[in-house]
Write a protein that binds this ligand. Structure first.
Ligand code: SAM
Length: 299
């Protein structure tokens, strides 16, 4: 039985309510998406085996995040804001909690392998990065490492650098990258992007699903601006109306993000938006959960 089929059948035992959602998404996958998902699921399983986990532990871990996100949604619906206000809280409550980060990274990476909206973002990124080239690539917030590894496979850069301020994320990202044969060299450092030396410039900066994790997205993007070469490009993705244990900054719609981007000396070259649920675009409003991706250039 392949990893996806096993996941689907075992998930029905741990969470009957969410099972339909998983099944609907798995039924949509193409053969090549299934193959891709199975390949990566095997790699992540191997990594978690080093901690004595088996496939049941991984499903439990995925489900822990599903339950945690439901609690965050209750809070968001009741108070109209995310629970956390500061990076300090996110570091203490999430990034330095190894078990919680493992649960969270399993959920994020698996949703990027088989849940429709995240998978669409992944396809957008893969296609976009295959058209980019230069000397140095930087990824901020490598998390589970899927995008960093994909950039190394599909991008055309000489050197790849990843940074993340969770040690758990850095370890997972290093493992996944080390399991592929890459021609370019790379390093992944446990650090905050704000501590990067600005005299060292990058031709491309990528940061997926991090902007909503920061207190001050303007300061974050201004840092990217200073780190980029004049002709450099930047990819960011974020989420609107998307409560999670480490989300701080609430964007209500794509324009909220664009307003900040434009204040930081960037212009938008490309936008890609997808709703978390199957909601047609003419029904989107300031409460719709969206994933939004941007390719930016310096003005
Ligand atoms: C939700 S994960 C994103 C994973 C992946 N990039 C993706 O698109 O799915 C967010 C990651 O950003 C990291 N992070 C948050 N703020 C950061 C900062 N200031 N510098 C570096 N990493 C940061 C967190 O530790 C976490 O691993």
């Amino acid at each position: 039985m392949d990893k996806l089929t096993l996941f689907q059948s075992k998930f029905s035992d741990v969470n009957k309510m969410q099972f339909k959602h998983i099944k609907k998404n798995l039924d949509r996958l193409t053969e090549s998406e299934r193959e891709h998902a199975n390949k990566y699921m095997a790699l992540y399983e191997d990594y978690f085996k080093t901690f004595g986990w088996d496939s049941d532990d991984i499903i439990k871990s995925y489900n822990n995040t599903v339950k945690m996100l439901i609690k965050e949604k209750f809070y968001f619906t009741k108070y109209g804001k995310y629970r956390l206000d500061s990076l300090d809280q996110a570091i203490k409550q999430v990034y330095s909690d190894d078990q919680l980060m493992k649960d969270y990274m399993i959920w994020i990476v698996y949703t990027n392998l088989f849940i429709d909206n995240h998978l669409k973002v992944y396809h957008f990124f893969k296609n976009m990065i295959s058209k980019q080239s230069g000397e140095k690539y930087l990824e901020v917030g490598t998390g589970h490492g899927l995008y960093f590894n994909e950039a190394m496979i599909s991008g055309n850069f000489t050197h790849y650098h990843g940074v993340d301020l969770s040690e758990t994320s850095v370890k997972i990202s290093k493992y996944i990258t080390s399991k592929h044969e890459h021609e370019s060299d790379y390093e992944i450092d446990y650090m905050d992007v704000f501590d990067l030396d600005e005299s060292n410039k990058y031709d491309f900066i990528s940061s997926g699903e991090v902007l909503e994790h920061v207190e001050d997205p303007k300061a974050f993007l201004e840092k990217f601006h200073r780190l980029l070469t004049p002709e450099g490009r930047c990819y960011i993705s974020t989420a609107t109306n998307s409560p999670a244990p480490d989300h701080i900054y609430l964007f209500k719609n794509s324009q909220d993000v664009i307003d900040i981007i434009e204040k930081c000396g960037f212009e938008v070259e490309e936008v890609y938006e997808v709703a978390a649920e199957d909601i047609p675009k003419d029904k989107w409003d300031d409460s719709t959960e969206l994933n939004v991706c941007f390719v930016l250039r310096k003005v």
